[in-house]
Design a protein around this ligand. Structure first.
Ligand code: UD1
Length: 364
């Protein structure tokens, strides 16, 4: 019988990462992969579109847990995931990133003695008020195999004493690089929304805003949108809107001139990235996708986990300061940067696959 893994997914960025890994797992034919979708993201354009566009195998289990506070959401996921791990008896559980789905999957697996693999391990914002920071620290601490996207992530774990724990730590590079490289080949012919926008390449700014610390503090949200509104006077701003952000803008009756879209699928996102002049975002993943598409990025947060982007001049942190945001726009506008630095590895999905295979095929 083939070894079996359970992959826990729940939120949009996890679908993108899983698309790469699931394709490689299927191509090797040595491992049975069972996908569990917690239901954290459930709208068609936050979830289904990624499974269909990116050919992700359909989840065997859809838990439909969403719209709850952090505790209830994580707790309900934990109970359900535990049940199905007990019935499926996998050799390992794979979790991605830093969401509530990640933490729930990690706790469920580890508490019943199943090997735990964390992809995107070691990232730190050092901001303990972020739910994501809590999720990733706890997940890292209980994982058996920690797959780090960057040197900084590896150093973070070493500094926290992980070398003394019974765990394997490997720097693989960032799996999102493989997603961009693979899907960018055909996004042009598959994008549906982008062509209808009639945008001139290089003449618009792509923005996304959804972090809890920005959306749930109305002053922060207003300041960010004021900054975007200022940029929009110079160059059109296109913003595919996360449902959380849309709800809050509507509740406060906030209206802006920037172009708001519904969330877009991955092909449209890639076309927007390829053709924009720069990116303004509080997303983690989009910061690197900007780099992979050779675009500068303005970060609407007080810090970033992807510090190498800032260090090498590809990104500027402006938090919620509208003036700094405009200055960063002016700074990057028409600047030609050299994107040859290999900050995020190469053939990352294959390296991750080999590490997973080594762990589960050598099981004692
Ligand atoms: C989550 C992750 C974050 C990740 C982000 C990617 C946590 C703590 N946060 O944040 O790390 O960067 O996903 O997008 O897990 N909603 C909808 N439709 C959907 C999805 C969500 O209406 O398809 C609503 C939810 O009901 C909720 C709000 O949007 O009211 C926020 O969703 P939630 O899953 O709590 O967190 P995200 O902000 O998406």
């Amino acid at each position: 019988m083939k070894p079996k893994i359970i992959t826990i997914l729940g939120a949009r960025p996890q679908f993108v990462k899983a698309a790469v890994l699931s394709r490689i797992i299927a191509s090797h034919g040595e491992i049975d992969e069972i996908i569990v979708h917690t239901g954290q993201h459930y709208d068609a354009n936050m979830s289904d579109v990624f499974f269909s566009e990116m050919d992700i195998p359909q989840p065997k289990y859809f838990l439909n847990i969403n719209g709850l506070g952090h505790g209830a959401m994580t707790g309900q996921m934990l109970g359900k995931i535990e049940e199905l791990i007990l019935s499926e008896k996998p050799d390992a559980v794979v979790v991605f990133g830093d969401t509530n789905s990640t933490l729930a999957g990690a706790l469920a697996a580890k508490k019943i003695g199943i090997k735990l693999i964390h992809i995107e391990a070691g990232l730190r914002s050092f901001n303990m008020s972020m739910p994501e920071e809590i999720n990733r620290i706890l997940t890292d601490r209980i994982s058996d195999l920690l797959l780090c996207p960057t040197d900084t992530a590896l150093e973070n774990l070493n500094r926290e004493g992980f070398a003394h724990f019974h765990t394997s730590i490997v720097k693989t590079g960032d799996i999102m690089l493989d997603a961009v490289r693979y899907y960018a080949e055909f996004s042009n012919s598959k994008a549906q929304v982008y062509p209808s926008l009639n945008l001139e390449s290089g003449k618009f700014v792509l923005a996304t805003i959804h972090r809890q610390e920005n959306t749930d503090d109305i002053q922060n949200l207003k300041a960010i949108f004021e900054g975007l509104e200022n940029i929009n006077k110079e160059q059109q701003v296109i913003l595919p809107l996360h449902p959380r952000t849309r709800k809050i803008l509507e509740n406060h009756n906030l209206k802006y001139n920037i172009t708001l879209l519904d969330p877009v699928g991955y092909f449209d996102m890639l076309e927007l990235l390829k053709n924009c002049s720069m990116v303004v975002t509080d997303s983690g993943g989009l910061q690197k996708e900007a780099f992979f598409n050779q675009k500068p990025v303005i970060i609407a947060r007080t810090e970033t986990e992807w510090v190498e982007l800032v260090k090498h001049g590809y990104a500027k942190i402006v938090a919620t300061n509208a003036v700094k945001m405009s200055e960063a726009f002016k700074f990057f506008n028409d600047k030609v940067l050299d994107y040859k630095l290999p900050l995020y590895g190469n053939e990352v999905g294959e390296k991750i696959y080999q590490e997973i295979w080594n762990l589960i095929s050598n099981k004692a």
